[in-house]
Design a protein around this ligand. Structure first.
Ligand code: NAG
Ligand code: NAG
Length: 400
């Protein structure tokens, strides 16, 4: 072998090595290398956008956008758009992402949005934080005119892991039109009196797992809206908050909303307004079915089990009964205390009664040592006679 051959071999070998490293190394784009300062008030929006453009266009294996620890990054409303070149994109958040004040929002419909990204992983020990002036957002009457802190829109294969969410304008996390999402080990914190601050708000999405998380907020810990199916919620601590709710469904006339295959298991509710809640409005059409709440611990909860088919938030609600069908719903293994006198409240529609409601292993006691009762209207199904309180108002109906 002469030196020319050796030379050629070395060139070929180094090409192979370069190619290999291109295929296997994970490239990290740190927002600070794009000029993000992280002092809590410099505008870091452009640096985040530039880092995102790099990570989203990177063809390597799991490129990562890094938000470093011990810094507070001020970011204005931003849409991080896919689709991206890699099938997996990680955003590693160790520091805090800080929202502008209300009057600095150039749009009131979004803060941080990830849209059309497949294989998105949001992970880290940091998170998203509202500003001190978020009380501005929580005045009654602002209604829809305020954004979720984090919206995941039209994404597939999403993981949200370990992050913290504090004081959002509206929901902490909104999952909209997504498939296959896992949310695990997150911490959500907003005051009990903060208006419309749902923990996790899901609509039009399927195959969702929410696990091992603590949610303390002013509205639903988890809200499951129209178009959702295959959702498992396990080992979630909720409270304060309004419980884990399906609905409201049927808010608008002329629309058909469906929710099915929802399973809430091993969850604890502490001083919440509700634990298990299904609510429908009497305008639209649709159904909520194949829903289970199982192995639920209650601590001083107002409404442990509640179905409310005349839910209305408007001024002049029409007087017709709800047309949304609620059926195949089971409540199993509820234990703990309630601060109200009615532990089980099934208020179903006169025209579209609830069917196949199952209650078993219910052992709910009064926080004040009072006698508890159950209340039903237009509700059909079975209640195990050993339930406490008994729910003899639930009637068998043979024709489904
Ligand atoms: C929810 O749990 C059930 C029962 O364990 C399982 O069959 C189903 O695949 C789970 N769904 C999701 C979205 O993980
Ligand atoms: C729920 O809790 C029971 C014990 O109370 C346990 O056996 C079961 O594995 C738990 N399920 C999940 C999905 O965590």
């Amino acid at each position: 072998m002469d030196t020319k051959d050796l030379h050629n071999i070395i060139i070929v070998l180094s090409c192979i090595l370069m190619l290999k490293s291109r295929l296997t190394t994970q490239t990290t784009f740190d927002v600070t290398t794009f000029g993000a300062v992280g002092n809590g008030h410099s505008d870091d929006t452009q640096a985040f956008v530039q880092a995102w453009n790099k990570v989203c266009n990177d063809k390597g294996n799991n490129p990562t956008m890094a938000v470093p620890a011990n810094k507070r990054f001020f970011v204005r409303p931003t849409r991080f758009m896919g689709p991206c070149s890699s099938s997996s994109i990680t955003v590693q958040i160790k520091g805090q992402i800080i929202a502008p004040n209300m009057n600095q929002f150039n749009t009131k419909t979004m803060w941080i949005v990830f849209s059309s990204v497949n294989g998105l992983v949001l992970t880290g020990t940091g998170g998203f934080s509202g500003s001190a002036t978020f009380n501005d957002w929580w005045r009654p009457g602002l209604g829809e005119n305020r954004p979720a802190a984090l919206r995941i829109l039209g994404c597939t294969n999403v993981i949200i892991k370990g992050l913290t969410f504090v004081q959002p304008p509206r929901a902490h996390i909104a999952i909209t039109s997504c498939t296959t999402v896992t949310i695990t080990n997150i911490q959500i914190t907003a005051p009990q009196n903060s208006e419309n601050t749902d923990g996790i708000d899901i609509s039009g999405s399927s195959n969702i797992n929410i696990q091992q998380s603590n949610i303390q907020t002013g509205d639903d810990c988890v809200a499951i809206n129209g178009g959702c199916s295959n959702i498992n919620i396990t080992n979630v601590n909720c409270g304060p908050g309004h419980g884990i709710s399906v609905g409201s469904l049927g808010r608008d006339a002329g629309i058909f909303e469906r929710v099915e295959n929802i399973h809430v298991k091993n969850c604890t509710f502490t001083r919440t307004q509700n634990a298990a809640r299904i609510k429908t409005v009497n305008e639209g059409n649709g159904f909520a079915r194949m829903i289970s709440y199982e192995n639920i611990v209650l601590v001083d909860v107002q409404n442990p089990i509640i179905i409310k088919q005349n839910y209305c938030v408007k001024q002049n609600c029409p007087s017709q009964p709800s047309k949304v069908k609620v059926r195949d719903v089971s409540f199993r293994g509820f234990r703990g205390t309630t601060v109200s006198d009615v532990a089980i409240n099934l208020k179903c529609s006169a025209s579209t009664p609830c069917e196949n409601i199952k209650l078993e292993g219910i052992n709910i006691r009064s926080s004040y040592k009072k006698l508890l009762s159950a209340s039903c209207s237009n509700a059909y199904g079975t209640s195990n006679p050993s339930n406490v309180p008994t729910c003899s108002c639930l009637k068998q109906k043979l024709s489904f």
